[in-house]
Design a protein around this ligand. Structure first.
Ligand code: SF4
Ligand code: SF4
Length: 299
């Protein structure tokens, strides 16, 4: 049965779990075991050794739980660019509205007399799958009933107690048992049949976000987004109900397109231009946007 808090998240189009803080230590051990058992590349080691941080922050309250929330967002936006008088349309991911979600979370917990504070970088996908909120797809992306993969995670420490402990072994999505669509559609062969972990050094989602020249082995036709990659998610049956949740009407003028291609500083942009940039999350990957946009214009 859904708790009142979970129902509030659903009313806002999101999903959440309150996870007992006792599982944080366990989560750290799980990640440690995973590191020992798997052959990891440099980037994966960096994620585990440097990015993840498990310590409980010194707060003004006793931390009893982690609130993990999956914040819905549109699947992607079709974005028009103008260059030399010609319009071209490329895809961009759309940023979830973290502020709006935090607002209603704070309101809910504070009305009940509790506090929340943003955690440091936890392994959210692991947290999501162990908590029962999500399931892993074969493409290593997590999926939630009713949202597909159209969400971003956020996590908070709280003094609220976890009333129903749903922690369990990681669950893989049953839909993957008889499906190979992501493997077949991945343009770079990053998803392996014989191993759960994808080859992130081949995954366009990672490559698109690392500065520098694109590796020569990536076909130009693989490029389709300003950052990240949408192909395996667009082809996934678990997203069939999500694929039409698209923003159609974002467009950049020729002047704006040229400013992006030249990597001009965002703080020099007009208010309207900035609004589009933040809504698409382009600002988070700004260093690579000129390169990524240039290759899209080569298509
Ligand atoms: S495309 Fe198929 S195999 Fe891949 S994640 Fe989706 S359901 Fe699973
Ligand atoms: S995100 Fe793109 S490159 Fe990465 S596994 Fe999915 S389809 Fe392949």
């Amino acid at each position: 049965m859904k708790s009142g808090f979970e129902k509030v998240a659903i009313e806002h189009g999101d999903r959440l779990k309150v996870i007992s803080i006792e599982h944080l230590k366990e989560l750290k051990e799980i990640i440690g075991d995973f590191k020992d058992q798997e052959e990891l590349n440099g980037f994966q080691k960096w994620i585990i050794n440097e990015l993840y941080q498990f310590e409980i922050l010194e707060e003004d309250f006793k931390v009893n739980s982690i609130i993990l929330i999956a914040i819905h967002h549109p699947f992607y936006a079709k974005v028009d660019f103008l260059k030399e008088g010609k319009k071209k349309t490329f895809l961009s991911l759309v940023r979830a509205d973290f502020n709006k979600t935090e607002e209603y979370l704070r309101k809910y917990v504070e009305e009940k007399g509790y506090f929340i504070e943003v955690t440091k970088n936890l392994p959210m996908k692991r947290l999501g799958t162990h908590s029962g909120l999500a399931k892993y797809g074969r493409n290593n992306i997590t999926y939630i009933d009713g949202l597909g993969s159209n969400f971003s995670y956020a996590s908070y420490f709280s003094d609220m107690m976890c009333k129903e402990d749903t922690w369990s072994e990681v669950k893989n999505a049953e839909a993957c048992d008889k499906c190979n669509l992501c493997i077949e559609s991945c343009p770079t062969g990053a998803i392996r049949k014989d191993r759960f972990l994808i080859d992130n050094q081949k995954c366009l989602s990672c490559i698109n976000e690392i500065p520098g020249e694109f590796p020569a082995w990536i076909p130009v036709t693989a490029h389709h987004t300003l950052y990240d990659c949408l192909i395996c998610q667009r082809n996934c049956p678990m997203n069939y109900e999500q694929v039409d949740n698209v923003i159609e009407c974002v467009s950049f003028t020729e002047e704006e397109t040229n400013m992006l291609l030249d990597g001009k500083p965002i703080d020099t942009f007009s208010k309207e231009f900035k609004t589009k940039i933040y809504m698409l999350g382009i600002n988070e990957w700004y260093e690579v946007i000129p390169r990524n946009l240039k290759i899209l214009f080569e298509l």
